[in-house]
Design a protein around this ligand. Structure first.
Ligand code: FSO
Ligand code: SF4
Length: 542
């Protein structure tokens, strides 16, 4: 195996035997194979699209399978093997629908088009197999950006929102990674286009969430517990939450969010459920301690799942694209619904959760809510009460260096406001940083899925201050990344022309020195360093 797709990759280079995340080497190899099958599907589906014979089932398969290869999503060997088999069958079915005269002779087709379940064993399917370090760097960056795009598109798709142009770009990107005639500039262009399409993907997901569940409202979310058994739901899938809340209604079972599901507490559509109690615990990497103490069943709807401890293994369930060997998986039924009865039955006999903490945390400042107080914010900036906004969005993780983000938040001057989205917030959202004339010092726009909100807020502020360039706003970016969705968000920010981003806690291992130079020359991106040094730089950006 070789995997360098996340921030916690071994020695900031690559995992080679088993993953730091717990992914077994054989599963990593199978995921590489699955990715190669997706490239083969993409090769034919692009042709099918131009012939008008493509089918929606292919889009769903590509999204599901691509998402299954993201960090901390699917550790289940059998699940990945079965996707590989399905993928080959689907590829053959697509190929059969394309008129033969649309192909060059079989012998002239690239390997990715002719691969079979047998021949794939002899192909080096890893992206890492490309010799040129810079080409490989860009191919990997594109792969990870596309993974993020597939994951966010999946979420929109589940709610009935889709964009053919995004699906087509994912296919084009997949095929391009296998095309060794592409040079550095071609790949740089594709990576930047990936960012641009990333903005559309995030905008589509924003629309899907809001039109389905309403505009999030500023909400003080309870972080304590009640004396009833509960079900804990984690990951990012709001549709799963909706179904769970419907099925647990009036049953004497409380539902709590964990990790990235926290912002669900701010949606009007979910507030109406009386048994929806609040948030339990912290970010994904603390799930061992949190889940152990929860006492009731836990539902993992997307990443990040970590290998479960025996102490709660019999009460953690997976669904959707998530998988882990030995855990019960709740599958989607033919009609697209899910039956959460196994969790509900187990909850009935579970003890209530152990109290971890008490009080509330405030979330729900997606663009609509944040912009409803835009006048107040603009006044506070104009009269000097707010000197700067610090975007500290992104992911949390186990890396010791991430204590930096808590220290940074604490050290920020009292006239600054943090803008956040994603699980990075758990490093500072319980610090009680106070408010500035009623404006909270942590404006939490939601999940990483809601990063688009931060873009809308920045664009609207630029308009309000009559600034042509978004970089002239008093906003600095100190972003924490972990997995591939964050790679897409980063590329999306770059495509919007945002400069001077500080990135940490380490740079993506796939970025070669030359490609890093391209990012520095064009966007003045920099790795984070120590709090005092970064603070000086970030507070003094103009
Ligand atoms: Fe976090 Fe995990 Fe949302 Fe990621 S839970 S780390 S970018 O998968 O998805 O922010
Ligand atoms: Fe290593 Fe991250 Fe890949 Fe897991 S996802 S194998 S930790 S690089």
């Amino acid at each position: 195996m070789f995997c360098n797709q996340c921030q916690e990759t071994l020695n900031s280079k690559g995992c080679i035997k088993n993953g730091v995340c717990g992914k077994k080497g054989e599963v990593a190899d199978l995921q590489d194979k699955l990715l190669y099958v997706l490239k083969s599907i993409a090769f034919y589906n692009l042709k099918a699209r131009s012939e008008g014979v493509n089918e929606e089932a292919t889009d769903r398969f590509v999204l599901d399978s691509f998402f299954a290869t993201l960090t901390n999503t699917n550790f289940d060997r059998q699940a990945i093997e079965s996707l590989i088999i399905k993928g080959f069958n689907l590829r053959d079915a697509i190929r059969a629908k394309i008129p033969e005269d649309k192909f060059t002779a079989e012998k002239d087709l690239p390997t990715v088009a002719t691969v079979t379940p047998e021949s794939i064993e002899d192909i080096d399917v890893a992206v890492h197999s490309t010799n040129d370090e810079d080409i490989r760097s860009l191919q990997e960056l594109l792969t990870y950006g596309l993974k993020g795009m597939a994951a966010y598109s999946y979420h929109a798709y589940i709610l009935g929102y889709k964009d053919e142009a995004i699906f087509e770009f994912i296919e084009k990107g997949l095929v391009s990674i296998t095309d060794d005639t592409l040079g550095l500039q071609d790949l740089i262009d594709l990576v930047l286009e990936c960012g641009k399409r990333g903005v559309s993907t995030l905008a589509l997901l924003d629309k899907a969430n809001i039109e389905t569940y309403g505009n999030p409202e500023p909400t003080a979310v309870n972080i304590g517990v009640r004396d009833l058994p509960g079900i804990l739901i984690s990951g990012h899938d709001l549709h799963d939450l909706e179904q769970l809340l419907e099925q647990t209604k009036c049953m004497g079972i409380d539902v709590y969010t964990h990790g990235e599901m926290l912002p669900a507490n701010s949606y009007p559509a979910f507030k109406k459920y009386e048994d929806f109690i609040g948030n339990y615990g912290s970010a994904w990497w603390k799930q061992n301690e949190d889940f152990e103490k929860f006492n009731g069943p836990i539902l993992m709807t997307t990443n990040c799942i970590i290998p479960p401890r025996d102490s709660y293994r019999n009460r953690i369930y997976t669904t959707g694209v998530v998988g882990f060997e030995g855990l019960i998986h709740i599958s989607e039924k033919e009609d697209g619904t899910k039956d959460f009865t196994p969790l509900i039955e187990q909850a009935k006999t579970s003890k209530p959760p152990e109290q971890l903490e008490s009080g509330t945390i405030v979330c729900g400042f997606a663009h609509e809510a944040a912009l409803s107080v835009a006048d107040k914010i603009i006044d506070a900036v104009k009269n000097g009460k707010i000197s700067r906004f610090m975007v500290m969005a992104g992911c949390d993780g186990r890396h010791k260096g991430r204590a930096y983000y808590t220290e940074f938040a604490k050290a920020l001057p009292k006239d600054t406001v943090i803008l956040t989205a994603g699980c990075a917030k758990y490093r500072y959202n319980k610090l009680n940083l106070g408010d500035i004339e009623g404006i909270p010092r942590v404006i939490d726009a939601g999940q990483c899925n809601d990063s688009y909100s931060l873009v809308v807020i920045a664009q609207k502020l630029a308009e309000a201050f009559s600034l042509k360039d978004i970089n002239d706003l008093p906003i600095s970016y100190n972003i924490a990344w972990y997995e591939q969705k964050a790679v897409l968000v980063l590329l999306a920010l770059l495509s919007l022309g945002i400069k001077n981003i500080t990135l940490g806690p380490t740079l993506p291992a796939c970025i070669s020195p030359n490609i890093f130079k391209v990012l520095v020359d064009n966007f003045n991106i920099r790795p984070n360093a120590i709090v005092e040094e970064d603070m000086k730089i970030l507070l003094n950006q103009v």
